[in-house]
Design a protein around this ligand. Structure first.
Ligand SMILES: Cc1cc2nc3c(=O)[nH]c(=O)nc-3n(C[C@H](O)[C@H](O)[C@H](O)COP(=O)(O)OP(=O)(O)OC[C@H]3O[C@@H](n4cnc5c(N)ncnc54)[C@H](O)[C@@H]3O)c2cc1C
Length: 182
């Protein structure tokens, strides 16, 4: 920092100074935490559990599915065919349960029971939230680092790309004198 201005990043590879710093480091909100920016929450706490399995589930080879129940929703999809002597499919699942209830660490959707676990279950905080000030003196925050909706929005990747494009336009406009920072 130089006063209130962000002027660089300190990393394990050294210190890098820059006219603009862009935080695209995802939902841990690295820069917002560093700057003490408020993060506004707009949903109850939502945790998405997800994992990968291999094997055969013909229903998912045709189309993905998102199925709601009284406690939440489950998303299942085929990712790709693994290239092996005997073809086997790679599938992904995501489960979001409303409330604070955790799911067992070996949980699988019914349709994937009996398939081989390819990657152990992980969890991600997908509570709806937004950083109060995603641009300021010397910095921009983009993608999940700036705001998050749970995966049913299905636009997280698009929003990350679009906010990155918008920020690069803004920086370019400032450099050619068409925009001022404050
Ligand atoms: C289970 C689940 C399912 C989802 N499904 C969909 C979907 O179907 N469609 C969709 O559009 N979105 C989906 N999303 C949301 C989507 O994944 C995110 O919105 C999107 O990946 C955000 O992109 P990003 O580049 O902002 O952040 P990220 O993809 O999180 O990328 C941040 C990168 O920064 C790196 N990083 C973090 N800290 C540091 C550091 N200190 N130094 C250097 N690098 C660092 C991380 O390793 C990571 O590579 C899903 C999310 C979850 C959890």
């Amino acid at each position: 920092m130089d006063g209130c201005r962000v002027v660089g990043v300190e990393t394990s590879l050294g210190t890098f100074r820059a006219t603009k710093i862009i935080d695209a480091a995802g939902g841990n909100h690295w820069l917002a935490q560093q700057l003490g920016l408020e993060i506004q929450y707009h949903s109850p706490r939502l945790i998405a559990y997800y994992g990968y399995v291999t094997g055969e589930c013909s229903a998912r080879d045709i189309a993905p599915a998102i199925v709601a129940d009284s406690c939440g929703w489950t998303w299942t999809a085929k990712v790709r065919c693994l290239q092996r002597a005997t073809p086997t499919q790679l599938y992904q699942w995501t489960r979001l349960s409303f409330g604070t209830q955790k799911i067992p660490k070996d949980w699988l959707p019914n349709e994937f029971l009996g398939l081989k676990i390819f990657q152990r279950m992980r969890a991600s905080d997908v509570s709806w939230r937004i950083v109060s000030q995603s641009a300021g003196s010397g910095y921009f925050i983009v993608g999940d680092a700036a705001m998050i909706l749970d995966p049913t929005s299905s636009h997280g990747v698009l929003k990350a790309i679009m906010s990155g494009i918008w920020v690069s336009h803004s920086i370019a406009s400032e450099f050619v004198g068409n925009l001022t920072e404050l």
